[in-house]
Design a protein around this ligand. Structure first.
Ligand SMILES: *Cc1c(COP(=O)(O)O)cnc(C)c1O
Length: 370
C-alpha cells in the first residue's frame, strides 16, 4: 500500500470497549493480571509497554519498512539509546554537519564513557573510508544535514559500514519516510526526532528508532525499558495523530520549499541557497536517487554578515523567529546564535522550516525582508 494509506490505517486502533473511531488515551501506568497471573494483552507496566506507545511503535515500523519501532521522550533520548548499545573504546564516525546537540551528546557526555568520535565530511566517501578504525562500530548519517542541507549517499555509507562490521544509523528527521526510507537503502537503524514532522504541530517532543533485525531490536527494547526515557501515553497519542497527515504535510512543504529556494537562489541579496532540490546543489543527483522530493527545510546566506542576517529575520512577518522545525507554521532562525559557541554554521546563515502557509505569501514576505 501507499504511505498515505499506511499513515491512516497503521494509526487506527480498533476499540473493543466503545467502538471509538478516534484512539482512546490509556493513561494507566499498570494493567490488571488475569486470575492465573497472566497478562491477557501483554501489558504489565507502562514504562515497558502501553497501548498508545505500542500503536505508535507499530506505525513507525510500518512507515519505515522495519519490523520493530521504539518510541522515546525526545530525539536525543533515541540517539542516546543507540549509543548505549556500544561499549567503552568503540569508535563512531559522524558528519561534520551533524545536528549540533547530537554531536555534543557524543563528544561531551559519552566521551566520559570512552566513546571515540571522528567527524568527517560524509559527502566525501574516501574520507569516510579513511576514518575507519578497527574499533569503528557505527557510522551515523544525517541527510539532509543540519543546517547546510548536505546530502549523504546512504547506500554507499551502509556498504562501507558493513564491509567493516559496523552499523549504519540514519537520522531521518529532515526527510521522513515519506521522502526517504533508509532501511531499504541498507541502513541498520533509522532514527527520528518525532518532535518535528511526525508531531507536525510544534506541540510534542518525541524520538523514535526503527530496525529490521531481531538482535538489534532485543537490545534496544532492553535499553528502552531499563533506561526509561519513554514518552507518555498522551505524547504518543499526539505523534500518532500527527502521522495521519504526515504525507500530505511533507509533500506540500517540499513543494513550497522548492519554490522558495528557487526565489532565493535568484535574489541579488542572497549569497548562497542550500536546498537539495536545486539543480545547482552539489549532491542534487544523489538526492534525486534516494529521495522522493527534497523536503521542507532550507537555509540561505545573505550578503552583509551576521548583522544583516539578523536584520532580515527581524523584518520578517509571516515566519516565526524560533528554533525547531517540521510544524505547520514557517520558522526562521539565525542558526549560529541558536547553536551557541560550538557552532560551525556560517554567521550569515538563516535556516528556514517551511510550513503550510501559501508559498506565494511566504515569498512576498521574504522579498520585503531582504
Ligand atoms: C531536533 C532534532 C534532533 C533532536 O530531537 P529532540 O526531540 O529535540 O531531542 C535530532 N536530530 C535532528 C536532525 C533534529 O532536527
Amino acid at each position: 500500500m501507499h504511505i498515505d494509506t499506511l499513515a491512516i490505517r497503521s494509526t487506527h486502533l480498533p476499540d473493543e470497549n466503545a467502538h471509538s473511531v478516534a484512539t482512546p488515551i490509556y493513561m494507566s501506568t499498570t494493567f490488571e493480571r488475569a486470575e492465573d497471573g497472566s497478562s491477557p494483552k501483554e501489558f504489565i507496566y507502562s514504562r515497558a509497554d502501553n497501548p498508545n506507545r505500542r500503536l505508535l511503535e507499530q506505525s513507525l515500523a510500518v512507515l519505515e519498512g522495519g519490523t520493530h519501532g521504539f518510541a522515546f521522550a525526545s530525539g536525543l533520548a533515541s540517539i542516546t539509546a543507540v549509543i548505549q548499545m556500544l561499549k567503552t573504546g568503540d569508535h563512531v564516525i559522524i558528519g561534520d554537519d551533524t545536528y549540533f546537540a547530537a554531536a555534543l551528546l557524543m563528544q561531551d557526555v559519552f566521551a566520559q564513557w570512552g566513546l571515540q568520535i571522528s567527524r568527517v565530511d560524509m559527502t566525501d566517501l574516501e574520507a569516510v573510508q579513511a576514518a575507519i578504525q578497527p574499533e569503528t562500530k557505527l557510522i551515523w548519517v544525517e541527510t539532509p544535514s543540519n543546517p547546510l542541507l548536505k546530502i549523504t549517499d546512504i547506500q554507499a555509507i551502509a556498504d562501507i559500514a558493513h564491509a567493516n562490521q559496523a552499523l549504519c544509523g540514519v537520522d531521518n528527521t529532515w526527510a521522513t519516510p515519506v521522502l526517504q526510507r533508509p532501511l531499504e537503502l541498507g541502513a541498520d537503524i533509522v532514527q527520528h526526532a518525532t518532535t518535528k514532522y511526525f508531531g507536525g504541530h510544534s506541540d510534542v517532543l518525541g524520538g523514535a528508532l526503527i530496525v529490521k533485525d531481531e538482535t538489534l531490536a532485543a537490545s534496544l527494547k532492553k535499553i528502552q525499558t531499563l533506561t526509561g526515557g519513554v514518552p507518555s501515553p498522551f505524547e504518543c497519542w499526539l505523534v500518532t495523530r500527527g502521522i495521519k497527515t504526515l504525507p500530505l504535510r511533507v509533500r506540500t512543504q517540499s513543494e513550497s520549499a522548492l519554490s522558495i529556494a528557487q526565489f532565493l537562489a535568484n535574489h541579488p541579496k542572497v549569497e548562497a541557497t542550500h536546498y537539495p532540490g536545486l539543480e545547482t546543489h552539489p549532491q542534487h543527483q544523489i538526492a534525486k536517487k534516494q529521495m522522493q522530493m527534497f523536503g521542507g527545510m532550507l537555509s540561505f546566506q545573505v550578503y552583509g554578515g551576521a548583522a544583516e542576517a539578523i536584520a532580515v529575520a527581524a523584518r520578517i512577518r509571516l515566519f516565526t523567529r524560533a528554533t525547531s522545525l517540521g510544524g505547520v507554521e514557517s520558522l526562521i532562525e539565525h542558526r549560529r546564535s541558536a547553536e551557541g559557541p560550538t557552532s560551525v554554521a556560517p554567521d550569515n546563515l538563516l535556516r528556514v522550516s517551511v510550513g503550510l502557509e501559501h508559498p506565494s505569501d511566504l515569498i512576498v514576505d521574504l522579498a520585503q525582508a531582504l
